[in-house]
Design a protein around this ligand. Sequence first.
Ligand SMILES: [Zn+2]
Length: 121
Amino acid sequence: MHEMSIAMALVEQLQRIAAEQHATRITEVEVRCGVLRQVVPEALELAFCAASAETPAAGALLRVVEEGLRARCRACGQEFEAAIDNYLCPQCRMADVELLAGRDVVLQSVTCETEDRDRAP
Ligand SMILES: [Zn+2]
């Protein structure tokens, strides 16, 4: 189950962000998962829940957004939505493409709570 390693990398990234932002708690996280990674959202949620325990991200709401495959044809420059088993350019029928999106897991947004240090006592 590769979701666990994705979740652990995610939590590591979140801990860094929390430290940088002086956040006490992370409440919401959105990740974009490229279809090529074949992430099962439920499995990632479970893994995230386990991996984030006792970190600022514990209990955060995880939103998983699936990202489709986008490709650009190297021959004619056409950009198109590719299928996981079909990379043919719809314009020139070449399969020499550059993938623009769909193969990465990207941390899209993070919502955190910070201590309000400027607040008057
Ligand atoms: Zn083409």
